[in-house]
Design a protein around this ligand. Structure first.
Ligand code: UGB
Length: 587
C-alpha cells in the first residue's frame, strides 16, 4: 500500500482491480518505496497495456480464464451436447463453366474487397528463423510470399477497376496483422522493397499484443521467472484480428468507403490467389455473410475440419473443429472409428484452410456488439492427473475461424470446397516433421509448397490446351514429391483461368525438364514447344509473342541436405536448389 503513491490514479485503479481479481502476488513482494521504483512503474505500464489491448480489459480476461480453466480441469468438452455431421456447401471444380462464372463475378466484386493478412505467428512448427512472409514461395524467381500477395492484389485491383469503368473504389486496401515477433521485420521488408508496388497508404498494420500467462487454476497471472517486475506473456492467436479491425476503426473506414467484403488469409499459401476470385464470386452470388474456403482433407490431417454441429436444444452451426478435437468428438458421438477416410479417399469433413470471406455490413454489426471478442480456449499442460498444477504457464487463445460461434442462426454461414492442388499449399512443417507425415497426406513443407506451385501452373496450362509432360517423382529432405516443369507467372499475366486461356494459342508443349517464367503481362504464347529454360521479361507491359521450338540446357534441380548449414536456410529447408545453366530471355 505504501507503494501506491508511486502510481498514477489510473494505475491505482488497475491495482485495485488486480487485488479484487486475486492477483496480489504481482506486487506483495515489492520492497519499500525508494527501491526499484522505476521497475514498479514499468510493471504497471505493462498492466495498462495488457488491460487496454484486451476487449473488456484484464478483469474480463482473468474471469474468462478462471471459467475455462475450471472447465478444463473438470474435463468438460466444449462440444458437449452437440452432434457432428457432414455439412453441405458449394463445391467447385477448377476450370468448369460454373467455376468460370463465379470467377468472373468475383473479379468484378474484388474492387469492393479489403484484404487482411494474418502474419503475427512465428511459425514454430516450421522452425524458420526469419518471418514467414519473406520466404520465397518458389526459388525459380525467388519471389517472396508477401510480394506475391501484393502482386496478386494489384492485379485484381487493375482488372476489377477496369471492368467497373471508374465506378466505385479504385484501390484495394491491405491490412497486415503483425505481432512483436514479426512487426519490425515485416515493415522493413515492405519499406526496403518500395511496398512491392503498392502505395504505402494502401497498407495498414495492426499489431497484436500478447496476453498474460497464467500460473494455476485460479488464473494467477504469471511473473517472468527472470524479472519479478514483468508479467510473462504469450501470443493469443490469430483470432485477435477481429478486435483489432474493430478497435482500430479500420473496418468502419472500409465500410464508409463503400467496401463490401473482407478477405482474410494466412502467411504462407502460394496458391490461394488462384482460388480467391471464384470464392469471392460464391460469396457475392449466394449472399454469404461468412464463407470459408475448404479443401478435401485426409482423415487426421493437421488442419481443422468444417463440421455441422447440432445441439440437443436444436441450435445448429457450421464451424471449423480443430484437428485435435474432431476425432474425439466423432468417437464420442456415434462414429466409433473417429475421423476416417470415406470411399473417396478423404475424410467426409472438408479441411479448413483459414481463408475466410466476410461481408462487411453484418460483420461490423456483430463486432459492434462483441467488440471483436471471440470464443477463446485454454490448453494447459498439467503436471499430473490431479490437474492441480501446470508444467509451464498457460494462457487463453483464440482463432479467427471461431468468429461464427457467436452468430445467430439466421446468419448466412457457408463454405466453398476447392481442389487442394489449386487452393492450398502452406509452408508449416520443418523437414524432419514433414518426412514423418503418413504416406499420402500432404507434407505442408517448404519442399511441397514450392512443388505445388509448379504442379498447379502445369495443370492450369494443361487445361488451357498446352501439352505439359508428366512429372517425375523425386525425394528431397526425405519427402517424395512430384516434380513438374517449373512454370511460374506473374499474377498480372494469369490472374484467372480465363486470363490464362486467352493468352495461350495453337499447339504448345513443355517438357518436364523445362522452366518457364512469364513476367510480361501482355505475353501471348503461340505454337511454342519448349525444352529448356525460357524467361519472358517485358514487365513494362509491351506486347510479346513467344512461339516456335525452343531448346537449351535449361535449369536443373540439385538436392541439398537441410542439415548443410553452408546453404542459406530458406534454400536448405526445401532440400533442393536450382542451377541456372542456360536460358533464353525474351524479348
Ligand atoms: N497467426 C497470427 O497472426 N497470430 C498468432 O498469434 C498466431 C498465428 P498457424 P494454426 O491452414 O493449415 C490454422 O500457426 O493456427 C497467423 C487453423 O487454426 O500457421 O496451427 C500466422 O502468422 C487450422 O484450422 O496455423 O492452424 C499464420 O498466418 C488450419 O486451417 C496464421 O495465423 C490451419 O491453420 C495461422 O497460424 C491451416
Amino acid at each position: 500500500l505504501r507503494n501506491l503513491s508511486l502510481l498514477s490514479p489510473e494505475q491505482v485503479e488497475l491495482a485495485k482491480m488486480l487485488l479484487e481479481m486475486g492477483q496480489s502476488h504481482l506486487f506483495e513482494h515489492w520492497p519499500e518505496p525508494g527501491v526499484d521504483d522505476d521497475k514498479k512503474r514499468e510493471l504497471f505500464n505493462q498492466v495498462a497495456r495488457l488491460n487496454s489491448s484486451y476487449p473488456g480489459g484484464l478483469a474480463s480476461y482473468i474471469k474468462t480464464a478462471k471459467e475455462l480453466l475450471a472447465d478444463s480441469k473438470a474435463g468438460k468438452n466444449p462440444y458437449d451436447g452437440f452432434t457432428p455431421s457432414v455439412p453441405s456447401g458449394e463445391s467447385l471444380t477448377f476450370g468448369d463453366d460454373t467455376f468460370l462464372q463465379y470467377e468472373d463475378a468475383g473479379v468484378k466484386e474484388a474492387r469492393k474487397a479489403a484484404f487482411v493478412l494474418v502474419a503475427g505467428g512465428l511459425g514454430e512448427r516450421l522452425g524458420y528463423n526469419g518471418i514467414k512472409v519473406a520466404l520465397p514461395l518458389e526459388t525459380t524467381t525467388g519471389t517472396c510470399f508477401l510480394q506475391h500477395y501484393i502482386d496478386s492484389i494489384l492485379a485484381l485491383q487493375e482488372t476489377s477497376c477496369r471492368l467497373a469503368q471508374g465506378d466505385g473504389p479504385t484501390e484495394i486496401p491491405l491490412a497486415i496483422m503483425t505481432s512483436d515477433d514479426t512487426h519490425s521485420r515485416t515493415v522493413e521488408l515492405l519499406e526496403s522493397n518500395a511496398y512491392f508496388g503498392m502505395k504505402p497508404t494502401q497498407v495498414k498494420f495492426l499489431k497484436q499484443e500478447k496476453v498474460a500467462c497464467l500460473d494455476d487454476n485460479d488464473a494467477r497471472v504469471a511473473l517472468d521467472p527472470h524479472n519479478k517486475y514483468k508479467i510473462q506473456t504469450k501470443p493469443h492467436g490469430h483470432g485477435d484480428v477481429h478486435s483489432l479491425l474493430y478497435s482500430s476503426g479500420v473496418l468502419k473506414e472500409w465500410q464508409d468507403a463503400g467496401r463490401r467484403w473482407v478477405v482474410f488469409f494466412q502467411d504462407t499459401n502460394g496458391l490461394l490467389f488462384k482460388a480467391i476470385p471464384s470464392a469471392l464470386g460464391v460469396s457475392a452470388t449466394k449472399g454469404y455473410h461468412v464463407n470459408s474456403l475448404a479443401v478435401p482433407r485426409k482423415a487426421k490431417e493437421a488442419i481443422g475440419g468444417i463440421t455441422k454441429l447440432t445441439h440437443q436444444d436444436g441450435r445448429t452451426m457450421v464451424i471449423n473443429v480443430e484437428y485435435n478435437q474432431l476425432d474425439p468428438l466423432l468417437r464420442a458421438s456415434g462414429y466409433p472409428d473417429g475421423d476416417v477416410n470415406s470411399e473417396t479417399g478423404y475424410s467426409p469433413f472438408p479441411g479448413n484452410i483459414n481463408q475466410l470471406i466476410f461481408e462487411i455490413g453484418p460483420y461490423l454489426e456483430e463486432l459492434t456488439k462483441t467488440g471483436g471478442a471471440i470464443k477463446e480456449f485454454v490448453n494447459p499442460k498439467y503436471k499430473d492427473s490431479t490437474k492441480t498444477a501446470f508444467k509451464s504457464s498457460t494462457r487463453l487463445e483464440c482463432m479467427m475461424q471461431d468468429y461464427p460461434k457467436t452468430l445467430p442462426p439466421s446468419a448466412r454461414v457457408g463454405f466453398t470446397v476447392m481442389d487442394a492442388w489449386v487452393a492450398y499449399a502452406p509452408v508449416k512443417n520443418n523437414p524432419e516433421d514433414a518426412a514423418k507425415v503418413p504416406k499420402g497426406n500432404p507434407y505442408h513443407s517448404a519442399t511441397s509448397g514450392e512443388m505445388a506451385i509448379y504442379k498447379a501452373n502445369s495443370l492450369i496450362l494443361r487445361k488451357a490446351g498446352v501439352k505439359v509432360d508428366d512429372p517425375v517423382l523425386q525425394v528431397f529432405n526425405g519427402q517424395e514429391v512430384e516434380v513438374w516443369p517449373r512454370i511460374v507467372w506473374k499474377p498480372k499475366w494469369g490472374l484467372t483461368y480465363s486470363d490464362v486461356k486467352g493468352k495461350v494459342h495453337g499447339n504448345c508443349s513443355v517438357t518436364q525438364r523445362s522452366t518457364m517464367v512469364i513476367e510480361a503481362p501482355n505475353c501471348h504464347i503461340v505454337d511454342l514447344s519448349l525444352d529448356g529454360a525460357l524467361i519472358i521479361n517485358a514487365a513494362d507491359g509491351t506486347e510479346v509473342e513467344v512461339s516456335g521450338p525452343l531448346q537449351n540446357r535449361g535449369w536443373t534441380i540439385e538436392s541439398v541436405d537441410y542439415k548443410d548449414t553452408s546453404v542459406p536456410e530458406e534454400v536448405r529447408i526445401r532440400g533442393f536448389k536450382i542451377n541456372k545453366i542456360e536460358q533464353l530471355v525474351k524479348p
